[in-house]
Design a protein around this ligand. Structure first.
Ligand code: SF4
Length: 221
């Protein structure tokens, strides 16, 4: 029964956020599945705005997976340096490019299990690519915004991304798995910020147990 109530509340939150953010979508610029894969690898510990600045040049220089294999690791590191963790990211990008070329004829595989075998690709990246490049709901993307908002909204008490995803997959209807992350990310950026969320201006305040209008305590991150 409790779970049923929670599901109902989740549906109301989704319906309300869809009205509040009708244009919510993936904010990483890309023109194909491979570019989205690279942009998502770069987005770890980095803002989407910064990634879009870097990929504006990167995707002009590197047009296909083979192109990432023609340069030295140092050259690629320089090209992505400002996204942070650039050595690990360059290694992941070259490893992934090699596997895409060697095993999949230069095309990004359309399977979550195959995506997860690519170097540097964890569930979040695989879900982003499946949902936004292939239109397949393979799971719920859990990033820092989705983590924070799901916890504040009382949809999970978990802290670890994979456990949060498991909870959300039980609460959110499958048809909404992809849009759900976009909605929470949009709401997290504009209203439910990590510090000093704007509960008084929040469209889902009435569904939120953490609202400072109810608790008197400003939610922390
Ligand atoms: S009421 Fe406050 S804490 Fe709850 S979702 Fe809205 S902004 Fe976030």
């Amino acid at each position: 029964m409790v779970q049923e109530d929670l599901k109902q509340r989740t549906r109301k939150i989704i319906r309300t956020l869809k009205r509040a953010y009708p244009g919510a979508t993936c904010s990483l610029n890309h023109s194909n599945a491979f570019e989205l894969l690279i942009a998502t690898i770069l987005s770890a510990q980095c803002t989407d705005e910064r990634v879009n600045l870097v990929t504006a040049d990167l995707f002009r220089k590197y047009r296909k997976p083979e192109d990432y294999l023609k340069v030295s690791p140092t050259e690629l590191q320089e090209d992505i340096r400002t996204t942070g963790f650039f050595r690990n990211k360059a290694k992941a990008i070259q490893g992934t490019s090699k596997m895409v070329v060697d095993h999949y004829g230069g095309k990004v595989p359309k399977s979550i299990d195959q995506l997860l075998e690519l170097p540097g690709v964890a569930r979040k990246t695989a879900n982003v690519v499946m949902g936004n490049a292939f239109g397949v709901a393979s799971g719920v993307v859990v990033d820092t915004h989705v983590t924070r908002l799901s916890r504040r909204l009382g949809l999970t008490v978990q802290k670890q991304a994979e456990k949060i995803e498991t909870d959300l997959m039980q609460l959110v209807p499958k048809k909404d798995w992809v849009i759900f992350s976009h909605l929470l990310i949009a709401h997290g950026r504009q209203i439910c910020k990590a510090r000093n969320p704007f509960c008084a201006d929040c469209a889902v305040e009435k569904y939120c147990p953490s609202s400072y209008l109810k608790t008197g305590v400003v939610p922390g991150s």
